[in-house]
Design a protein around this ligand. Sequence first.
Ligand code: ARG
Length: 568
Amino acid sequence: MTPVLHRLLAQALEAVGAPPTLLRSAAFELASLEHADLTSPVAFGLAKELQGQPKAIAERIVTELKKRMDDSIGVGRIEVVGAGYINITLKDQQLWTMTTSIDRPVNATADAPTVIVEYSSPNVAKPLGIGHIRSTIIGESLARIHEFVGSKVVRLNHPGDWGTQFGKLIVMIQDQWGGTVSDDRTIRDFVQIYVQFHERAKDNPELEIRARQETVKLQSRDAATINIWKAICKKSYQEFDRLYARLGIHFDEIRGESAYEADVPSIVARALESGVAQKSEGAVIIPMPGLAAPMLIQKSDGAYLYATTDLAALQYRINKYHPDTILYVVGSQQTLHFQQLRAAAIALGIANDAKTQHIPFGMLLGANHKKLSTREGSSIELESVLDEAVEHARAIIAARPDGKEWNADDLNATAQMIGLGAVTYNDLSQNRIHDVVLDWGRMLSLTGNSAPYLQYCVVRIKSILAQAPEIGSEIGNPPPLVDQEREILRRLVRFPTIVRLSAATNEPHRIADYLFDLACAFHRFYEHVPVLAATPKERNLRCQLIDRAAKVITAGLHLLGINVPERM
Ligand code: ARG
């Protein structure tokens, strides 16, 4: 209905003498729920143009709008409020018809924009750290959100699989493991030999020399060295994949830094030839006026850097996918790097200004508000966080007797969904730029703003519906609604707009806020309004209403990467 309203608004604006620029940009937005359904601030902009009072101009616009509106538009009340806002309240009938399949995504059309979401991007031979955990959770959600609004989404993973650390690992694998990585090795073993390397190198400086030689051999593709490197990567990917499978994540392309090695020299040459880069004490830099530091793209010893690889990766992505936008879901510590990348890409003609977008986020903190770490002080592993969450979830549901016994498989599967959901929701329900605290009590609360609360809401609705199997006949014109019913519908109707806003700002927490508010509206309804015990007509309407609510909550949770169990 909003396209119709926007057309009417444009006509009304024209009638009161608004300039064409304003006609195009004028729109109705979501009003705050306590005031109305839709609102437009257009009178304020027009007041400046026409040098009048916003309120008087808003009144004139409303008069023109009313002339053009008939019953079919679905507007119940239209009025000027405050200093000149035009507020619209929708009719019950309109709310009812608009929310019929409101949980469905928009289908991508041929001309839909392509959005690349680069996320997770862990480092080989190390467990996923906090930054990678958050990147994985936020990135997957953003991919789903952009897909929902009809974009073509490419999920990319850019692992760190190249660099001087491999020389060290390879030396240790030669000395300790006879040059092979057997099947039972884990990422922990790599971490351990890496630490051991540094301990030993203190007394054996020749180890550092050998490590540098191995790095050079790796770069020159020496067969034996490459084989060990491949084994390290393979082992790491096996572990990453296990986690991705657990989280329900599939990448369209996993392409590590090593894949860009061949492209990097030409990027540096081009930067020098075009005058974008310059030599500085033997190194190559791209000056960055206005930023905190220049971008270093080649060290004085000839080595290329993280940043150089990113330029090559950007070029590759643009050539392959022709994206409209590339989102880099990477912690806020790398903000300067991505500012430099964007400026360098523009200067080199690789990308325009709008293409690359850094999506930064804060840290993950323990319940004590300190940086999460294992006892040894290294960064915590994602798997241990997930396992802990699942254990908490298991204890909660095992202790919730809903009359039925759990079989072991169902209990496990449900504990997984609740535990992983709790971790994911805890992350995504807050503005991503803030640090997130792992507070188990709050994360798993069945009454507060948590995944289990929302999951339980859906489970509850489904169990009500299971007791009303005859429900489902078409309701053309709903009977007059009670307030609690209308309050659910007024929220449901907002779902697509909320997802669009969340896509436009790359902020999943907008969806979480919305879902929590919707679930609260359901609980207010359910406390005061009978469903199964109502008259047949009301019962039919109310069952369909809560069915729509359950579908929207399920769809919204899916956008956050969270599944809903059958029972809890
Ligand atoms: N592997 C990097 C790290 O752990 C993150 C990569 C981010 N992506 C990028 N295109 N630079 O810090």
